[in-house]
Design a protein around this ligand. Structure first.
Ligand SMILES: NC(=O)c1ccc[n+]([C@@H]2O[C@H](COP(=O)([O-])OP(=O)(O)OC[C@H]3O[C@@H](n4cnc5c(N)ncnc54)[C@H](OP(=O)(O)O)[C@@H]3O)[C@@H](O)[C@H]2O)c1
Length: 240
């Protein structure tokens, strides 16, 4: 195991859900965190939550659909922190509906965020990681990216694409000592797709929580730099 204390991380979609919990878990480990996402108020509120951990933090509004916005956000991180050791590509949206009812605009929108968003942020960060011959990139995919389910063709297609992107990039980056990996949770109780609204608190307790995913992320980052876990599937033990 290695310590991650003092490293610099970028987390997309850090204002709520899995991104927020990851930011808090990393800050608790002494990692300096750049919180990137669409809603600045959410990012600032996470920034307040991690204040007591004594790490540097940045809250930057960034829409992963906007290429110039992504470039300027990553430039700001690099100028302020001077380094990025860890990139967590977490920002993502759902798109649900029967295949014949989903419009091409809905397909484009979810692809822009879940696939091209990852492409844009990663291309902005990678040259810096390659120069330093170190880095960790964790792409948050989904079990929907491993098997299709009724009513999730568009979302599922983006997460299948993300697995292909991640594995190819992993093979290109190993020689630069950059670890690229993906994490596929099944259902996690966040606001994603209005998830929690359909469950009572008692029911929700049986499913994975955002903090659980954050724990896995931290443990993967702490592995000795000579190895990594290419992909992990996360399941609730007994969702009932
Ligand atoms: N929850 C689950 O059951 C589950 C299961 C498997 C995988 N996942 C994946 O886990 C990731 C996080 O999901 P979550 O459950 O934490 O969902 P969430 O609570 O809805 O959070 C999604 C985050 O993504 C950000 N985001 C969305 N569109 C963006 C854009 N265009 N630019 C920048 N940021 C954007 C949101 O920012 P704002 O706050 O500004 O809207 C928010 O912070 C997603 O990639 C999702 O596909 C979730």
């Amino acid at each position: 195991m290695q310590t991650i204390h003092g490293k610099y991380a970028v987390i997309t979609g850090a204002g709520r859900g899995i991104g927020r919990s990851t930011a808090i878990a990393l800050a608790r480990e002494g990692v300096n965190v750049a919180l990137l996402g669409k809603t600045i108020e959410n990012l600032q509120s996470v920034q307040k939550e991690i204040d007591s951990y004594g790490v540097q933090s940045l809250a930057i509004q960034m829409d992963v659909k906007d290429a110039s916005n992504v470039q300027s956000a990553i430039q700001e991180v690099l100028q302020t922190f001077g380094a990025v050791d860890i990139l967590i590509n977490n920002a993502g949206i759902g798109a649900y509906g029967k295949f014949m009812e989903l419009t091409e605009d809905e397909w484009d929108n979810v692809y822009e965020v879940n696939v091209k968003g990852v492409l844009r942020v990663t291309q902005a960060v990678l040259p810096h990681m390659i120069d330093r011959r170190t880095g960790d990139i964790i792409n948050i995919s989904s079990t929907s990216g491993l098997r299709g389910t009724e009513g999730s063709s568009a979302y599922s297609a983006t997460k299948f694409a993300l697995h292909g992107l991640t594995e190819s990039l992993m093979k290109e980056m190993r020689k630069h000592k950059i670890r690229v990996q993906s994490l596929s949770p099944s259902r996690v109780i966040t606001d994603f797709g209005g998830g929690k609204n359909r469950l009572t608190d008692e029911e929700a307790e049986h499913f994975m929580q955002a903090e659980d995913v954050a724990d896995v992320i931290v443990s993967k980052l702490k592995l000795h730099p000579r190895m990594f876990v290419k992909h992990s599937e996360l399941w609730a033990t007994d969702p009932q």
